[in-house]
Design a protein around this ligand. Sequence first.
Ligand SMILES: [Zn+2]
Length: 625
Amino acid sequence: MNRFKIPIAGVSMLFVHSVLHSAHAGHYKNFDVAIYMRAQEVRQAADPKWLESRWAVVQKQLSVDKVYIETHRDGAMPDAETVDAAKRFFKDKGVRTAGGITLTVNEGNRFQTFCYTNPDHRKKVQDIAEFTARHFDEIILDDFFFTNCKCESCIRAKGRRSWTRFRLDLMTEAARDLIIGPAKAVNPKVKVIVKYPNWYEHFQGLGFDLETEPKLFDKIYTGNETRDPDRSNQHLQQYQGYEIFRYFENIKPGGNAGGWVDPYGSFALDRYAEQLWLTLFAKAPEITLFDFRQMLVPLRKELRADWQGRDTSFDFDAMMAQVRKSDGTWPDDVTYALAAGYAFDRVDPVLGKLGRPVGIKSYKPFHSTGEDFLHNYLGMAGIPIELVPEFPADAGIVLLAETAGADPAIVDKIKKQLTDGKTVVITSGLLKALKGRGVDDIVELQVTERKALVNTFAAGFGPPVQAKKDILIPQIQYLTNDSWEEVSALSDGIGWPILHSADYAKGKLYVLTVPDNFGDIYSLPPEVLTRIRETLMKDLYVRVDGPSKVALFVYDNNTFIAESFLPEDAQIRIVLDSKLKKLQDEISGEELPGKEIPGWWGRKSGKTGYDATLKPHSFRVFRCE
Ligand SMILES: [Zn+2]
């Protein structure tokens, strides 16, 4: 498991970073940086020389405001004296400390958690919370405050409830009676934070309760680690690094204390930097780097991506120029801390210019699932998403995926939006889930059991456009002249809706057909993606046309970021409302020339287009006025 373990000899004290000291003399203007130290390392820190030499390596490469000192993981617990010594060590360095708890019995055994129906386990959890609260005024629970126990005691306690209901109830009780209550009894000043991991679609099944817990805990925290979208086993899309922070912020506004990133699964260092940037683009006030060990892992030349050497947002060579020796190599104590520090330096100057994030509101009721993680695929297609836990009745346009079907009143809520003259976009997955629930009362449409394998699309009045691959879609059946195909898939003389519209009262309902493989959204031709973006983003002042895997982050003060996750240059067209007359690159100062985009039938579109290029795995920050 510990494949990143660093040999003691690997930490050389010979290397003097005079350049780095000046680069990192001040802390960052727009966020705090924290490092998490696992209980195993805290125990080793009982040897002051061990800690001093390693801290020297970290702090010369990175400004650190805070260290989370862990008191439990997998049964490992540092003693009180060691915790106090570590606190003193960091206080002397001007670094704040907080406590950390990982509630695992054995991470190596499929993340075995505690059993919350076992009296011995319950006592242990309470003891850990009390011990930690005695030492710290702030405590964070790492990812594991859930339960995957299915022992006979848990089976009996579950009774006739579903596992989801049983575990939600069990963990809400444990939060109150084993963690927060006992911690505050020992230290009334203590603030307890629960950190939620990246698998938010499935929390309820393991007892993470996003409905009750954010009200019980003082703050929540976001697991922004998404790692590699293709090769890591969770298949998390890059956009999630932004979207999940926004989702949790919308659950506890002002109470999402920070985002958390680790370097696992980043086969190129750009991927690591991207996760840090996405967390900050989402406006995280603090970013936690997991973990102290990882910050000491030397950087290898294999982490330099193929697309480097072209002035990309993460410039490996520019970073290494600070530390490179005359023979081209770099010292052993050039570590991930340098990569984090370099990545932070790249974005801190622009973060303060960004306003409040805005996006298409999409409702995800508590404890719901369906079309898992689909929102992140849409985000990767350039559609800014704001996941919200309450139905956003005030929004002019609402996006609803299958997950929204968990609300028993969802059809009535859709109807109300439409009668109020608003727009609702539902996915084919939700349309299917609403069968027999009154959706026919709005429009007679159905998702059939038939599928079509398609690669040709009609996206407007021009000739059909081709996808690079075949895409499997569900066939939606409708009544001609009752509702209309806005975008169609075509094959052998037949066609099916990709984007479909229906009028209802003063409002408009759209159905977006989601491919069976959500990843096929990336293969939809740019013309199709443009029509989908036009529809969903009609109330935003900007959209970006071009290929998928280019994300757009929009703020309420006429600033926005376009970020490419493609390994080659991306040609994009930024499309602005015509009331905006000027577009400027906020980093280079370059003003981009725009031209009016013609509308249908020679009419004015009211939009101006600005052509731009994004380098591989790079972002640009823009301001318009
Ligand atoms: Zn159990």
